[in-house]
Every structure is written in C-alpha cells, then in structure tokens.
Design a protein around this ligand. Structure first.
Ligand code: BGC
Length: 337
C-alpha cells in the first residue's frame, strides 16, 4: 500500500514536471515567433494571382500603345496578369461598357481614364463599390471614388503650350485650335489652360476651334476647312497626340507658301519627324510609358495596403527642334525595351 502510494506520487510529480516543461517550451516558442518577421512569399508568388485591366481611350492609338508598353513592363516585373482592352475607335459608350464587363469579371484592379464626369464618375464608383480599386490614368475623374490619378496636369500642359505659342510668335497670331474631343475633360483643360495663358495678349486671337475625334484624318480635314474659311489663321494648336500630325500634313500639302506656326501634343515618331523638318515648331511632352508603368506598381501598392498619393503628376514640358534628340522616356524604357 505504502509502496503503491510512493509510485503514485512519483508518477504524478513527473507528469506535472513534464507538463510545465512543455508549457514553458511552448511559451518560449511563441515569444520567439512573435519577434520573428512574418515570412512573406517571393514577389512572383504573391502577385501571381493579381489580374489588372487597363482600358485605353482607343486600343490601337500609338500613344496608348506606349501606356500599354509601360504597364506590361511593370506587370512582368511584378508577376501580375495585365489585360489591355478598349474601344477600337474612341467611343465613350463602348468604353463604359468595357469597364462594366471588366468589373463583372471580378478583376483585382482597373486602370482607365475619367473622360467625362457624367459618364465616368458613376461607373468608377460602381466598380469601387465592388471592392475593385480604380486608378485613373492620363485623365482624372476627381469627383469619383478612384484611389489615385497618374498622368499629366492637363491644365498646366495647356498653359505651357499657350505660353510657348506667345513666345514663339512674338505675341502676334491668329490661332486655330484642333482638339481631340469637345467632351473629354483633359482636352477641355488643355484648351482652357491655353486660353488663360494667352488671354492678356492683345495680339493673340483665337479664331476657330474644331474637334478631331482623336484621329489624324479628321485633324487634317478640320485644318483644311479652317484654312479655307479663315485664311487669316497663321497658327495652330493641336491638343491630342495625332492632331498636330494631321495639321502638319495639310500645311505641307496646301499651305506651303505661308508661314504657319504649329504646336502640338506628345512625341510620337511622326511628330518628331515634323519637328525635325520644321513643320511643327513645338510640342508638349507627356510620359505615357511612365504612366502605364507606375500605374501597375501603384495598383499593387493599393491592394497590399501601402500608401499611394491621390494625385501623381508625370512630367510635362514644351520642346522645340533644338531640344532634339529627345532623351529616352525615363530609365524604365531603357531597361525594359
Ligand atoms: C492624350 C490621350 C489621347 C491621345 C489621342 C493624348 O495626347 O493624352 O488621352 O487618347 O492623345 O491620340
């Protein structure tokens, strides 16, 4: 009996000891793990599931192809799946429908323009309500619930275009404006900035303003029409990437005998060609590649809870023939070409 009791005490003691020992080891392990940085999977593994959609104003537009190129480079780096889908020809209704479809297919992030407040703010808000973050690119929708904007400050870009024209023409010109679209807010801002920059100049007269539907063909048609209706016009301002190219074609074909000043937007190869020849005097530089590249990186940051500023303006400036050759568009392009 006594012996049995001794064994019982012994076994009991041993289990209490083993229990507290394992509890101590468990606690020590917990404390150790608490101080260890959380292990994160490799970048490619972490991002592989992300699926982003980039919706441009016009699928095959050379300017948007540069945005796509930048976005693809960043997507490749981050292991993100990027889809580039948009209207074949600029068309707001179709653009909005494509956004609706992208939202219905439950993607992780959408990048697009905010072309008009009336049509784009509601669709952007509906997408955000589905917990899909939206970044506006190239054209902002400031009253929408988009998380961030990346692109040119379009009013400022129009303003510097206006100052350049004033400077280059000595403050004397009869100007015609050809704008991509009367409805699109970035085009309106580029016109407004230009008008404000010239409004105190007594020798600058804005004679006509026409719309090109962002095509070079319509820009050319409108330039031709303006020159016929207003022969006093001796300066043109084109506010979207293909406008000055269309204007330059008309100037070269039908208007060679008169000095006509042309200032445009962007640095597509055709624009640079006309700048070299002197048919276009100046152009406003934008950074479409950088917009696409940074938009993808920003979207990953947004999803992962990192802070992203709401307005991210890319660089813009006016260049003339003497500024050529153009330096490559940021280091990104050099690295990923
Ligand atoms: C604008 C784009 C537009 C393109 C049209 C660019 O200057 O920033 O929004 O789609 O021109 O060619």
């Amino acid at each position: 009996m006594r012996r049995w009791w001794k064994w019982a005490v012994y076994i009991g003691g041993m289990s209490v000891f083993a229990g507290s020992a394992s509890f101590t080891v468990y606690c020590a392990w917990k404390v150790y793990m608490y101080h260890q940085p959380e292990e994160k999977p490799a970048i490619a593994d972490r991002k592989k599931a992300y699926h982003f959609v980039l919706v441009p104003e016009e699928l095959d537009n050379d300017y948007w192809r540069l945005v796509e190129k930048g976005a693809k480079a960043a997507a490749k780096e981050m292991g993100v799946r990027l889809e580039y889908i948009g209207p074949r020809q600029a068309n707001i209704e179709e653009h909005v429908k494509i956004l609706e479809k992208a939202a219905a297919s439950k993607v992780d992030g959408i990048m697009t323009q905010g072309l008009t407040e009336q049509q784009f703010t509601p669709i952007i808000n509906r997408i955000v309500e589905k917990n899909i973050p939206v970044i506006t690119i190239d054209t902002d929708a400031p009253t929408s619930r988009r998380t961030a904007y990346i692109g040119t400050d379009n009013y400022y870009a129009g303003f510097i275009a206006g100052r350049a024209l004033v400077e280059d023409t000595g403050g004397n010109a009869n100007v015609a404006i050809i704008t991509g679209s009367f409805e699109a807010s970035h085009q309106q801002l580029r016109v407004k900035g230009f008008q404000d920059a010239a409004k105190h100049e007594k020798g600058i007269h804005i004679i006509a303003i026409e719309e090109s539907d962002i095509t070079r063909v319509q820009a050319a048609e409108k330039a031709y029409k303006i020159l016929k209706e207003h022969p006093e016009v001796n300066a043109f301002y084109g506010t979207s990437a293909l406008d000055a190219i269309g204007i330059a074609k008309v100037i070269e074909q039908f208007h060679r005998e008169r000095e006509t000043y042309v200032i445009g937007f962007d640095t597509l190869p055709e624009t640079i060609h006309y700048l070299e020849k002197g048919t276009i005097e100046a152009t406003v530089v934008q950074e479409p590649y950088e917009m696409g590249y940074r938009a993808v990186k920003m979207m990953v940051d947004i999803i992962e809870g990192n802070h992203v500023p709401s307005i991210n303006n890319t660089e813009t400036r006016v260049i003339r023939k003497q500024d050529l050759p153009l330096r490559p568009a940021r280091n990104y392009e050099v690295r990923h070409d």
